[in-house]
Design a protein around this ligand. Structure first.
Ligand code: BGC
Length: 246
């Protein structure tokens, strides 16, 4: 058994938590999820949901948080799919202060990447590994020989006249009612662009839509190995817990 930490994954439409064994990279409790108002949920609602999760587990130890923004030294710098009031907030003060416990935070995609690189689809992989989370936005986690380069925010790269997440996130697939073929083609264009920039050795695709990987993998002709992330919906929580060691 390794150290136990409460991992909290703040998403655009829900806050999820679970107790994580950092030695095994496993969730050792059930996953507790509280839905929040359609994005952007007011900041207070998110902090209330967080406090309810801490209370639900009767948690008294360290907490790791994955937050869907650029997070540097626990301070939030961007708010694309969350309440703008988050900009400039210190996560340790806002969340930690609310429950009186030590809190550590990283970007949500960096969290998922940390988990996948250590325990999931990218386990032990050397070279350049890129994880993308496709959901309301597009998050990214970039590793070189296992070392994370945080806050790459590759979903915000300028691409096709806007930013990439407005072109091929899974939310855009829904909004524009794109077929798998059409959306898969867009994702492929984006992956080709990322390949030219970073020459990754492996690209991992995470986020809910990665469960349907078999339905779009044939449209990904980019000359890089592309795999679905392996930890499904627990990567965000396990990786959030890993923030205590970042
Ligand atoms: C945010 C990222 C986040 C991603 C996935 C993007 O809009 O800018 O910080 O990782 O969505 O949630």
């Amino acid at each position: 058994m390794g150290k136990k930490v409460l991992g909290i994954d703040v998403g655009a439409s829900a806050v999820k938590g679970g107790i994580v064994d950092l030695g095994k990279g496993e969730m050792i409790s059930e996953r507790f999820k509280i839905k929040t108002a359609s994005p952007p949920a007011p900041m207070k609602e998110v902090v209330d949901a967080f406090a309810k999760i801490v209370e639900h587990f009767d948690w008294k130890g360290e907490i790791g948080i994955g937050f869907p923004s650029l997070v540097k030294n626990h301070v939030i710098y961007t708010a694309s799919n969350v309440d703008k009031a988050w900009i400039g907030q210190d996560i340790q003060k806002v969340f930690g202060g609310r429950v009186g416990l030590p809190v550590f935070a990283v970007n949500d995609a960096d969290a998922a990447g940390l988990a996948e690189r250590a325990f999931g689809g990218g386990q032990g992989k050397q070279g350049t590994v890129l994880l993308l989370t496709l959901g309301t936005g597009i998050g990214s986690a970039l590793f070189r020989n296992g070392v994370l380069i945080p806050n790459t925010e590759l979903g915000h790269l300028k691409f096709k006249g806007d930013i990439a997440e407005k072109y091929c996130s899974s939310r855009i697939k829904e909004i524009e009612n794109l077929s798998m073929k059409k959306w898969g083609g867009r994702l492929n264009n984006y992956l080709k662009h990322l390949d030219r920039l970073f020459s990754p050795d492996l690209i991992l695709i995470g986020g809910g839509i990665s469960r349907k990987f078999d339905k779009f993998k044939d449209y990904l002709t980019v000359d890089v190995e592309v795999r679905p992330a392996a930890m499904k919906n627990i990567a965000g929580i396990v990786g959030a817990a890993m923030a205590v060691n970042v």
